[in-house]
Ligand binder design. Structure first.
Ligand SMILES: *Cc1c(COP(=O)(O)O)cnc(C)c1O
Length: 490
């Protein structure tokens, strides 16, 4: 399988190359040349465990990776999750299920891709003969940073530098990153929001001067952000896996079409669901759930993507995004894989902050997707109600999806993707459940445990005594300096 850039047909790479580069030379995103058809493989997948399903599905795209090596890597990655199951489904009611993706090392769904990405990257880099040190630059809205740090810490020949918005992540998320262990890691706060971090990182990727300076130090750049195909492909797996699990449990009939509702930020998670549908998974609608930063809701309703709007800092910070990078992959498909048109729209976005798709594209879009949003007050109410009614404790991101799902699922069986543990957002979850306002994140965790009987995860209790190693906060224009200094350290 080859991978092409969304912005030009001439760029064609094998999987290893696409994963190591992260972003194509023309600034476009790598997409597979075609979507393998797995519609006849559902029964077979039902017989497998999660790691086997992962190796099977990922192997369809990354066919140059050795089958046994890939399977071993999936077993090792997914063995790090609680009970060895990275994606259990929980039944809430007869037509509502929650797919819990937060039982990994850092308590967010990012772990599913980032426990496997180090293998995909190292193995791919070795295959294409990369001899340089690999420097991974990450912009994070809170969860990617920690999951990438855990995945790549102390990996030979790799360094990782994470940039997070210093006032745009929760206390627990910040502490998770600032206390990161490992000799090859760096964590830096940026004065600004996630879009500032993402823009700074993207800029470094297309900065020739920086690349030359790094090359002189024998360093090449790579990405662990969801623009990397290596992040996307492991996420396709849990859509198939959830479907198989519901089928096996007798909750759905063979070939029954179901909805997935996805709390969305950078559009990586839900895009993987769209890929699964294109590969033959019986999906009715993919429901895109946003918080008050509802640029996607508007786009899915009107066909105009417009970033000229107020930016809100919410209690679901991993969705506080106005420029959803992975949307480029969707509009590329909607345009009938028109590289030129995608290129044009992306430069319009860069220059004017907006672009439009045609009425025909919009109707294609609406055949596969629906979209809605939920404001802060509704999110709080949803956390309260879902706990009162079903005893289910949801984090704010999951609550946004649960609320939007109720508004839009129209009686079709729906799987809501749960993307983080409520213990990453203790103060907000506690106050939604009980009305109690506790300022300190750990004290809030204790009260939350008492109130709900949901046990505090070890990853959270361990944080309490963890030493802060990284407390730098910099201006968004100083990222290059930081990176050059970091690669010069031994
Ligand atoms: C990253 C993240 C999201 C958004 O996922 P995208 O792939 O960026 O759309 C939602 N919830 C949580 C908890 C996250 O960490």
């Amino acid at each position: 399988m080859k991978f092409v850039s969304t912005r030009s047909a001439e760029i064609e790479n094998n999987a290893s190359c696409a994963i190591v580069k992260g972003l194509a030379e023309d600034g476009g995103l790598f997409v597979p040349q075609f979507f393998p058809d797995l519609s006849g493989d559902i029964d077979k997948l039902c017989e497998m465990d999660y790691a086997e399903r992962a190796a099977y599905i990922i192997g369809k795209f990354l066919d140059e990776y050795q089958t046994q090596e890939l399977l071993d890597a999936c077993k090792a990655a997914y063995g790090r999750f609680e009970d060895g199951d990275p994606a259990p489904t929980v039944k809430i009611s007869d037509d509502l299920f929650v797919l819990e993706l937060f039982h990994g090392p850092t308590l967010a769904f990012k772990d599913i891709a980032l426990t496997l990405l180090p293998f995909l990257l190292r193995n791919g880099a070795d295959r294409i003969g990369v001899k340089e040190e690999i420097l991974i630059l990450v912009a994070t809205s809170g969860d990617t940073g920690k999951a990438a740090l855990e995945g790549f810490k102390d990996q030979k020949g790799i360094k990782i530098n994470v940039f997070y918005p210093s006032d745009g992540v929760s206390d627990m998320q910040k502490l998770q990153m600032r206390s990161q262990k490992g000799e090859n890691v760096n964590v830096v706060g940026i004065k600004g929001n996630f879009d500032d971090c993402q823009t700074a990182v993207k800029k470094m990727f297309s900065d020739r001067r920086l690349k030359t300076l790094l090359a002189n130090k024998n360093v090449v750049l790579s990405s662990a952000n969801s623009i990397s195909f290596g992040r996307l492909v492991p996420q396709v797996v849990y859509y198939f896996s959830a479907y198989c699990d519901l089928l096996t449990a007798g909750e759905i009939e063979k070939n029954e079409k179901i909805n997935f509702t996805v709390p969305t930020g950078n559009f990586g998670n839900i895009l993987a669901g769209y890929y699964a549908k294109k590969m033959g998974l019986p999906v009715n609608k993919l429901i895109c759930a946003s918080n008050s930063n509802n640029v996607l809701t508007e786009f899915f309703t009107t066909g105009t993507y417009d970033t000229d709007r107020e930016f809100y800092t919410t209690m679901s910070p991993s969705m506080d995004i106005l420029i959803s990078s992975n949307l480029e992959r969707l509009i590329f498909e909607l345009s009938g894989r028109d590289h030129k048109l995608t290129e044009k729209r992306m430069s319009e976005l860069k220059e004017t902050g907006r672009y439009e798709i045609s009425a025909e594209e919009l109707s294609k879009l609406r055949a596969d997707f629906d979209a809605g949003y939920c404001d802060e007050e509704e999110c709080r109410e949803e956390i309260f109600e879902i706990f009162e009614e079903y005893g289910y404790l949801a984090d704010p991101h999951t609550a946004v999806a649960l609320k939007v799902c109720q508004d839009l699922s129209y009686g079709t069986k729906t799987v809501v993707l749960s993307t983080a543990s409520p213990y990453k957002f203790t103060q907000n979850v506690l106050s939604a459940i009980s009305g109690k306002h506790v300022k300190d994140a750990f004290s809030a965790a204790e009260v939350l445990e008492e109130e709900t009987a949901a046990p505090i995860p070890k990853q959270i209790s361990d944080l309490r005594t963890a030493a802060v190693r990284f407390d730098a906060v910099i201006d968004k224009n100083s990222t290059e300096e930081v990176v050059l200094k970091f690669v010069s350290e031994k």
